[in-house]
Unconditional design. Structure first.
Lengths: 165, 530
């Protein structure tokens, strides 16, 4: 919990670099490249001269209220809440239909394939599709902003002298 | 099943055990026993490695043998399980994986304790995590016992008992010597073996039917003796309303329970960042999804090629459907191909159980040492002993699981797994989601939501037909059955959420705004993540 800042940066890079064979690896999305060298990112919140008595709690409250963080949070929620509602409703509808409406479910569609079979495969497909959409949304709309906030916040808390985060 | 199968299967079992013990020794050389190393494997696994390990942790023998067996016997109703098991991963991906990686260090309780009074919430979350793990562990041990007994032809109680003891002993060795690093590599090896076995069999089934899935379905329906009903829901869960509600309860527990399983949560700490955690979940969704798609082909393939009656004749629960299918696909019981394929499937199933069991033991020993012991020990006890405690805890949990596994030998495996999911969904998920997303959540709310989910879930099971009042119950002689459903999820999951809300609104202390700000900022940005 204490002195992990420097080590953690190294670890993070080692981890992200060590997966070049990973087809999900997206080289540019995270903005790691910009941080090489000095390790000093361009601050989204200006690192004003920090009064020494400022506590970690105050820093986190300040970051939480900052426009940059609010933006990241609302992007996350605007995707996750509707998407979770959709898949959960779709799954419940499937379970309820399977147990209460057998007449609907065994209506034939093509050959031996019936509505139930299509609905089951539909659940698999919708899961894969939502996974892909979520990954894409996070990579394009959230990762970079979140990373900048991360470094800014850590920069501010580091001033406290490596005490409580 | 002739002696050839058994010898070859035993040989392959031994090879797997030797390889995994080798891995354990190799990865634990030159390692200092830090907590970081023991619980999280140094946090340096790549997303792909962790994705395979998550899939390895999740795809138990219950899914490989159990679900395809259910499909072979009941057709479509078996498929409902696989859908629930897969869709559950969207909950994990959207709401849990990244945020938990950012906020916690080793266990579920870390996330909650970050913004609450530490002692009470650690004790609560630690207790429920250990309970879930032990239930899941017992399910796997019972499964291992009956599976090995079945595959090796010995039906006597002695084979079963020794298998449970052997599996328990091996898992203690893996976990206490190798920690998370060894456990992860065992999961990866097992996931590769399992996927390889499933792919081979699926391809062979599809080749048999010239790639015509429609033909496969029609043959399965015809040979099952149920006709078109085989391909629609209702054969297993279509009875009276109790059976239907029971299934809905199970469906709810499956989809919400995964995100509360301690051994799944602890896997996110083995990667360096939240992005890596996300990518490992994406990998595992790909692996798990394709695996369950293959079990559908295998299940219907077993019904079409072996025939539902032959499957039922070998094992009433359908657990031997896939081994029988392998025997037939390889060329029949007397051919070399059949013998080899059968032995390979048996060895893969055994490897699966061994790996899953090791993963759960590690997670629960982390809960014991990091949450329970750390909160309950005398305040001035020595700090450095946490990993030592975890190793001892792994041995203790192994002994408990062996004992319970021997006692519960005749319980239904699928029921035990469903129960573990129901308890995880009732006790762990509400507190986790409230902590991450509810600004006004308080310590009392956290404690109430854990006990308010855990208590009813266990209590309802005691009052259910599983324990008393039915011929198949644990205590068939007595009858104190009040609650009609076998799976408590439908009632206990809402109760867990309700208790958390009630505890919070009746709380005297106001919520800690600053610590929620810290949790929220850390969860979404990764600032200060370990």
């Amino acid at each position: 919990m204490e002195k992990h800042d420097g080590r953690e940066v190294a670890q993070t890079r080692a981890g992200d670099r060590g997966v070049l064979g990973d087809p999900w690896y997206d080289a540019l999305a995270s903005g790691w490249g910009e941080l090489d060298g000095t390790g000093a990112p361009a601050p989204a919140v200006p690192p004003q001269t920090t009064p020494p008595e400022r506590s970690a709690a105050a820093i986190y409250l300040e970051v939480q209220r900052s426009a940059a963080f609010q933006e990241v949070r609302s992007r996350y929620r605007r995707f996750v809440v509707p998407a979770a509602a959709v898949f959960f409703a779709w799954y419940l509808a499937y379970i309820v239909a399977a147990t209460t409406a057998p007449g609907l479910m065994d209506r034939p569609v093509a050959g031996a394939v019936n509505v139930a079979m299509l609905a089951g495969l539909g659940q698999f497909l919708s899961t894969f599709l939502l996974t892909w959409l979520y990954a894409r949304h996070a990579r394009l709309r959230r990762d970079r902003a979140a990373l900048e906030l991360r470094w800014d916040t850590q920069e501010m808390t580091r001033v406290l002298g490596g005490g409580r985060r | 099943m002739t002696g050839n199968h058994q010898t070859l299967a035993l040989l392959l079992f031994s090879a797997f055990v030797a390889v995994t013990l080798g891995i354990t020794t190799w990865v634990s050389r030159n390692r200092h026993g830090s907590a970081e190393e023991f619980y999280a494997g140094g946090r340096l696994f790549s997303p792909m490695e962790n994705g395979f390990a998550i899939a390895g942790d999740y795809m138990s023998a219950a899914s490989f043998l159990g679900i395809s067996g259910l499909i072979a016997l009941f057709g479509y109703d078996g498929l409902l399980y696989s859908v629930g098991f897969l869709v559950a991963w969207l909950v994990v991906l959207f709401l849990v994986a990244e945020l938990v990686r950012n906020c916690g260090r080793f266990t579920l309780a870390d996330v909650v304790a970050a913004r609450m009074r530490e002692r009470p919430v650690r004790i609560a979350a630690g207790t429920s995590s250990v309970t879930v793990s032990v239930l899941y562990l017992v399910a796997q041990m019972v499964g291992a016992g009956s599976l090995v007994a079945l595959l090796l032809g010995g039906t006597g109680g002695a084979v079963q008992a020794w298998t449970v003891v052997g599996v328990g002993g091996l898992m203690v060795v893996y976990v206490s010597l190798g920690g998370m690093r060894a456990t992860t590599w065992i999961q990866i090896v097992k996931a590769v073996l399992l996927m390889g076995g499933a792919i081979t069999l699926t391809v062979l089934v599809l080749v048999r039917f010239h790639g015509d899935f429609d033909e496969l379905l029609r043959t399965a329906a015809q040979r099952s003796g149920h006709g078109a009903h085989f391909l629609a829901p209702g054969l297993k869960y279509g009875g009276d309303w109790t059976a239907r509600l029971d299934f809905m309860s199970l469906g709810l527990a499956l989809v919400l329970g995964t995100a509360g399983l301690p051994h799944i949560l602890s896997r996110f700490y083995t990667v360096p960042t939240a992005r890596a955690a996300r990518r490992s979940v994406i990998w595992s969704i790909g692996l798990i999804g394709s695996f369950y798609l293959m079990t559908i082909v295998l299940g219907f393939g077993a019904a079409a090629i072996v025939g539902s009656d032959a499957v039922r004749g070998s094992n009433a629960a359908g657990n031997t459907a896939v081994p029988l299918l392998a025997l037939d696909l390889g060329g029949g019981p007397d051919s070399t191909g059949g013998t080899v394929l059968f032995a390979v499937v048996a060895a893969v199933a055994f490897a699966t159980i061994l790996a899953v069991v090791a993963g759960i033991t590690l997670a629960s020993s982390a809960s014991v040492a990091h949450d329970l012991y750390a909160s309950l020990r005398r305040p001035h006890a020595k700090q450095r002993s946490e990993v030592a405690v975890a190793r001892v805890a792994a041995v203790g949990i192994g002994v408990v699981a062996i004992a319970l596994g021997l006692l519960a030998r005749d319980l239904n495996v699928a029921f035990l797994v469903g129960l573990a999911f129901a308890v995880a969904a009732s006790a762990n998920l509400p507190v986790l989601l409230y902590s991450l997303f509810w600004r006004g959540f308080t310590t009392r709310g956290a404690v109430w939501s854990v006990y308010g989910g855990l208590g009813p879930a266990l209590f309802l099971v005691i009052l259910s037909p599983v324990v008393s009042g039915s011929p198949t119950a644990l205590f068939p002689g007595v009858d104190f059955q009040v609650f009609p459903l076998e799976n408590p999820g439908l009632v206990s999951i809402p109760l867990g959420f309700l208790a958390g809300w009630l505890g919070t609104v009746t709380s005297h202390e106001p919520p800690d705004e600053a610590r929620y700000a810290e949790t929220e900022v850390r969860a979404l940005t990764g600032a200060g993540a370990v």
